[in-house]
Design a protein around this ligand. Structure first.
Ligand code: NDP
Length: 429
């Protein structure tokens, strides 16, 4: 089996230079390098400085408050967590698997899938530390602002390191030669030390793992603060932990996603994993800590039901496609699958979830996202940030995938769209 290591030369047919055309090119990516962190700092400020309402600074001095200075304590917390994750990433048990084929004949890489064991050990240590009183959730969360600053700086430094890594290695994996563009989009596809793949590690262990740790710390802080955990906080924590655990149980799915196979590792992804996921995905819990909300029991039951229904659609539709790719004759919902054979060689599934709409997996993801946000009530728009950005993101992703599939499958894709006319929501959209 062809495999690539860090020292191996770039694939023979790797493109020499690409046009800097994504996200508005050099100007757009330069602007995003500042805008994306600014959004995260602003959302933090809404919670920390305005109890979860939209925050409107009255002067430049006030505006600067949204950038909290790093503290020694936050630096130690950040270093200890990162160190623990690196050690677990190296030693925690996990299967070694071969990833999907890389573009441009780049072969296949091997990955050690130990995210689940590392996550369970981390959570056990965290919960034990909280229960024993060695760790105070409130003290850690008091450092959330400084931690945000430190994580943002770390994301920028990491992106700088990867930029140099790609340039020095002479790795021409879709770099454009334009510095701000390449800094944002990245110049290296899979920076790694042996089996320790940095992109995979930061997305899984750091991005999802830190989200999980914060998702535990928030209700723990509420417990320390008030002596109980509110129903709204309980609902959000339960629903998010299902999502995070599911990610680790099905960690191998990440190997076939675009982030790993196709996207270079630049600031867009270093910031996504170190900052965007842990800080913005916990916004509902941050909001509930700052601005407690009474959720009626009937509403809690409905939201848990919406989340579970979304989870079933999300997980079952993704599994259905994976199983179909492995064995196209396997029954779907107890019946032989309806299949559209394409001229390209592969087939498309036209029954089960994939016969109801072309991306019901996105629908399931959105149902869960709405459940988390609605648990925060209607007092502020801030905890709704997740659905406000995620809904257009998935609508756009469906359109991009539609265009890609049209390129791949030609008129066979038109036929699939004729037989399955809905994009994401059966009978509606
Ligand atoms: P999908 O898993 O939907 O994969 C799309 C690909 O599946 C197509 O390109 C095509 O590739 C194949 N395909 C499409 N239709 C069919 C069919 N009828 N039969 C068989 N194969 C088909 O894409 P994503 O990676 O975007 O999403 C995966 C999951 O990740 C989703 O549940 C999504 O919600 C989630 N996600 C979450 C994000 C987050 O931030 N939380 C962000 C992005 C995604 P081919 O034919 O070449 O196999």
């Amino acid at each position: 089996m062809a495999s690539r290591t860090d020292d191996s030369p770039p694939p023979a047919d790797a493109p020499e230079r690409v046009a800097p055309s994504h996200f508005g090119g050099p100007v757009g990516t330069f602007a995003l390098t500042f805008l994306v962190p600014a959004i995260t700092f602003y959302l933090w400020a809404c919670v920390a400085l305005a109890d979860g309402s939209l925050w409107l600074p009255g002067s430049v001095g006030e505006l600067l408050q949204m950038f909290p200075a790093p503290t020694l304590k936050a630096t130690l917390i950040f270093g200890a967590w990162l160190g623990l994750q690196v050690v677990l990433g190296l030693v925690a048990p996990g299967k070694v698997v071969t990833g999907a084929p890389l573009p441009h004949g780049g072969g296949r890489l091997e990955y050690k899938l130990n995210g689940l064991s590392a996550f369970l050990v981390s959570m056990a240590l965290l919960v034990a530390g909280l229960a024993a009183g060695v760790i105070s959730a409130r003290e850690i969360l008091a450092e959330l602002g400084p931690l945000l600053t430190i994580s943002t700086v770390a994301a920028a430094l990491l992106a700088g390191w990867f930029y140099v890594w790609g340039r020095r290695r002479g790795d021409l994996e879709r770099s454009s030669g334009n510095v701000p563009y390449d800094f944002f989009m990245g110049t290296v596809l899979n920076p790694r030390f042996g089996l320790f793949d940095l992109k995979f590690f930061f997305e899984s262990h750091i991005g999802m793992g830190t989200w999980g740790a914060l998702a535990i710390l928030m209700p723990a802080a509420e417990l320390e603060q008030t002596g109980s955990i509110s129903l709204a906080m309980g609902v959000v924590t339960l629903c998010q932990m299902i999502y995070i655990l599911d990610f680790f149980v099905f960690e191998s799915n990440l190997l076939s996603m675009l982030d790993i196979i196709y996207e270079n590792y630049g600031f867009m992804l270093t910031h996504a994993f170190l900052v965007w996921m842990p800080f913005n995905f916990t916004l509902q819990q941050q909001y509930l800590l700052a601005s407690p909300h009474e959720l009626p029991a009937w509403a809690a039951a409905l939201l848990v039901a919406l989340n579970l229904a979304g989870y079933v659609v999300f997980r079952d539709s993704n599994l259905q496609k994976q199983r179909f790719r492995r064995d196209p004759s396997r029954n779907v919902w107890g019946k032989p699958p309806k299949v559209l054979k394409t001229k390209r060689g592969t087939s498309l599934l036209v029954s089960g979830w994939w016969g109801l709409a072309r991306h019901t997996n996105y629908l399931g993801d959105l149902m869960m996202a709405y459940a988390w946000c609605l648990a925060c009530g209607f007092g502020s728009i801030v905890p709704y940030f997740y659905v406000l950005y995620f809904t257009p993101l998935l609508i756009n992703r469906e359109r991009r995938d539609h265009a890609l599939c049209h390129d791949k499958y030609g008129d066979d894709w038109d036929e699939y769209c004729r037989r399955v006319p809905y994009r994401i929501v059966p009978f509606l959209y």
